[in-house]
Design a protein. Structure first.
Length: 498
């Protein structure tokens, strides 16, 4: 009765059950096993018809099992020969199912198995593991891609605190990622750009943010230019932070700066060219027209042997020729300076001698207007300068002083020793200049030309040349003036070779 009771339990169990007799070789090694008994669950869980199973060996029921990757016969044979038990999970290639099996031996050479089908659980687990592996591989791939970018990828929370940043932060900003995590994004923005950057952060919340450029302060204190493009992070319909990419554009900014400098230089060159042709077309044409006109009158008087007044024509021709020569000389000097063909040979010079030579060329102009010329430079004062350039500077400044001084006025040339330099001043008691005119002096693109007190022409080119030649000596030039009270032009020169 008791045996029948247990058989009923086994037959109606949801677990598969079978009992077996081990078959061994002459040497005692397991080579097969025979089915002695099996329950209904065995057939349901394996798909094998149990009515034809009893008395057959496993190699008859499942051909090829001895060649399986898992050696079922040896495994069960070990349990049967040693009368022990084992629990394990394994895949059956012949049945294409996974099983969890408990095998035990109650008598040497015999063993029983109880098992359940865990194929679904195994497949679910494998799929989950594959998905996790795929996700990990994908995350690793994109992380590697992001970390190998030359840019910085970052995220913040809703309060602008940094929650994530790639390791490129160290290459660009000098910080390790852990040094910036938790800090506010604005902690690294240049103070002058903070207000604008905070306003831009607010725009991100409404998804109206545009790429922006600003200054970023590195760990070493160096300021670099960066460009960032950000977008809002929305979770459950609420703004929860910002994510974006930050690019170092310092080299681009430097290039733009250099291009602007080149453009300004090109604009200046175009302005100088226009001024140059304007002088040739107008200011140089005027004295030549006078020479041409008075020469015709002179020839007409001579042909008629009418010599009355020809001295006046000759004088006018002479003055116009001098003006033309003065203007041509300045144009040639300016052209040589611009094309780099002006030789620069500084040497130790006697300042008094250079100034006196320049005055001697302009004495006649001063006499015509009864202007007193005062040279108040000590004879032993020396400077280190190019003789021809200094002669040009002094001649232009003295000529201008005479031109804009009324009759019976005074022009004075003085000098003063300063630390490592000498300051030269050319002052007059002439018409003076307005503050606007003083600011625009020495600039070719500004029209500062005007007529002298006797109607003498002026282009402003002479002062531009003076500025270039003085700066060639690493000196400075400037002017002080008041309308109606005269003007004084100053420039400095080195006293020794620099």
């Amino acid at each position: 009765m008791q045996e029948t009771f247990y058989k009923e339990i086994i037959n109606h169990s949801p677990f598969g059950f079978a009992s077996h007799e081990l078959i061994t070789s002459k040497t005692g090694n397991p080579v097969d096993y025979k089915f002695l008994e099996a329950n209904e669950a065995f057939g349901r869980l394996t798909g094998i018809d149990i009515s034809t199973l009893i008395g057959k060996t496993v190699t008859e029921v499942l051909p090829g099992i001895e060649e399986s990757e898992f050696n079922w016969i040896d495994f069960y044979g070990d349990v049967a020969l040693h009368e022990n038990s084992k629990t394990f999970e394994e895949y059956s290639e012949q049945l294409d199912r996974w099983y969890k099996v408990h095998v035990f031996s109650h008598k040497k050479g015999f063993f029983s198995t109880m098992f359940v089908d865990i194929t679904k659980e195994k497949k679910d687990l494998i799929e989950r593991l594959d998905a996790e592996k795929s996700l990990q591989e994908s995350e690793a791939k994109y992380r590697k891609l992001i970390e190998n970018l030359n840019d910085i990828v970052y995220q913040t929370d809703a309060s602008m605190n940094i929650t994530f940043v790639t390791k490129n932060i160290e290459k660009i900003g000098g910080y390790k990622p852990k040094e910036v995590i938790g800090k506010r994004f604005t902690d690294f923005v240049h103070p002058e750009d903070l207000k604008e950057r905070a306003a831009q952060f607010q725009k991100v919340k409404s998804n109206s943010y545009q790429p922006v450029e600003y200054r970023y302060v590195t760990k070493s204190g160096k300021v670099i230019w960066v460009r960032t493009l950000a977008s809002p992070i929305i979770k459950e319909g609420k703004f929860s932070g910002v994510q974006g990419v930050l690019t170092n554009i310092t080299n681009l900014k430097d290039t733009e700066h250099e291009l602007r400098k080149v453009n300004r230089l090109l604009e200046k060159n175009n302005q100088e060219k226009d001024k140059f042709f304007s002088i040739i077309a107008h200011d140089l044409r005027s004295p030549f027209s006078s020479v041409f006109g008075f020469s015709e009158l002179l020839m007409d008087h001579i042909s008629r042997k009418d010599y009355d007044g020809i001295e006046e024509y000759v004088e006018l021709i002479l003055q116009s020729s001098k003006k033309s020569m003065e203007l041509l000389s300045n144009l040639m000097t300016w052209a040589r300076s611009k094309t780099g063909r002006m030789q620069f040979k500084p040497e130790e010079l006697d300042l008094f001698e250079i100034a006196n030579d320049s005055l001697s060329l302009l004495v006649e102009s001063a006499i015509q207007k009864s202007i007193q010329l005062n040279l108040e430079i000590k004879p032993d004062m020396s400077v280190f300068a190019d003789r021809a350039m200094m002669s040009t500077v002094l001649r232009n400044l003295i000529s201008n002083a005479i031109k804009f001084t009324h009759q019976h006025g005074t022009v004075k040339i003085t000098s003063k020793n300063e630390e490592n330099s000498t300051m030269v001043a050319v002052g007059d008691t002439g018409v003076g200049m307005s503050p606007d005119m003083v600011r625009n002096l020495f600039q070719l693109d500004k029209d500062t030309g005007r007529r002298g007190t006797n109607g003498e022409s002026s282009t402003g080119l002479g002062l531009v040349i003076c500025k270039e030649l003085v700066e060639k000596h690493s000196g400075k030039i400037w002017a002080e003036s008041r309308e109606g009270s005269g003007s004084t032009f100053y420039f400095t020169l080195p006293v020794e070779k620099t």
